[in-house]
Design a protein around this ligand. Structure first.
Ligand code: NAP
Length: 262
């Protein structure tokens, strides 16, 4: 994949963790004049930090930040952000969207205890509905140019994990949406990748370690963190870029950090 083309890149959850590192490292690959980077999150101060970090190494990029609450975001919010970030310049050679924003849900609850519909609505809105709505607007506004659509997936999308009933169900639904998209849209014009980044030292795994009801899950995260075998955002992002460069995946594939076939 030629990342040196004039590119529009949008990353959700770019204020911290994996999304911030994806935005940073991908921006370092996208050097063509006229490229645009759009960073979404809620915390404006952290988004501005992420922007500064990118501009320090890539001063020629146009970097925009947008604060948006994904639990209530509407289709029109995504349209507005995409149109504003794209600006008058529809002249991109490639558009990339990284659907990274995500939340782990309430890991203190067992599957039989997660029936609160208000919580479920908000939780699914953040993790599934917003990703689908953003993606539909992205596909519409960038029709006619090559697109790369990346979903931050996880082992939890394809395997049941105790304490993670919320998380497993949204991640499975979200991955299936992107797999259907891949079956309907021709590659390589639209290339879809479900990337499972491994277990990463971010606020998300700190939260699981603090709150999970299953002691085995808590112990697993603690051992990885204390034993320093937990991956860093930088490590998984570097692997993601390798996967893109090697491009051995088929559109829609689930590619895990540790899967050496990719
Ligand atoms: N960490 C892991 O081990 C791991 C493993 C597999 C998959 N993943 C996936 O990788 C992605 C990133 O995870 P991470 O570990 O980097 O998580 P993180 O450190 O908790 O960061 C989550 C990001 O999502 C944004 N976000 C959260 N709630 C939001 C909301 N309501 N509205 C708008 N933005 C929101 C946050 O930004 P603000 O706080 O600024 O809103 C933040 O930038 C997730 O999709 C996760 O499922 C992570």
């Amino acid at each position: 994949m030629n990342l040196k083309q004039r590119t529009f890149l949008l990353v959700t959850g770019a204020s911290r963790g994996i999304g911030r590192e994806f935005a940073h490292q991908l921006s370092g690959q996208i050097k063509a004049k006229g490229s645009v980077v759009a960073l979404l999150g809620r915390n404006q101060a952290l988004l501005e930090e992420a922007k500064t970090q990118i501009l320090n190494s890539e001063p020629n990029l146009a970097v925009h930040t947008y604060s948006l609450e994904l639990s209530t975001a509407r289709t029109e919010d995504f349209t507005k952000i995409l149109e504003t970030a794209r600006g008058g310049n529809g002249d991109f050679e490639r558009a990339i969207v990284i659907h990274n924003a995500g939340t782990v849900g309430d890991t203190s609850k067992r599957a039989k205890e997660i029936g609160d519909t208000l919580f479920l609505q908000q939780y699914y809105h953040i993790n599934v509905f917003s990703a689908i709505a953003l993606n539909c607007e992205f596909m519409r506004l960038f029709q006619g140019i090559p697109k790369l659509v990346v979903n931050l997936s996880t082992l939890a999308a394809i395997a049941p994990i105790s304490s993670m009933a919320h998380y497993c169900t949204v991640k499975a639904a979200r991955e299936m949406y992107f797999r259907v998209l891949a079956t309907e849209e021709a590659a390589p014009e639209t290339l879809v990748l479900n990337y499972a980044p491994g277990v990463i030292d971010t606020q998300m795994t700190v939260q699981v370690q603090r709150e999970a009801h299953d002691p085995a899950i808590v112990a697993m995260f603690r051992e990885q963190r204390e034993g320093k075998t937990m991956l860093t955002p930088a490590q998984t992002t570097a692997r993601f870029i390798q996967v893109l460069e090697a491009q051995k995946f088929k559109s829609g594939d689930h590619v895990d950090y540790r899967d050496e076939t990719y």
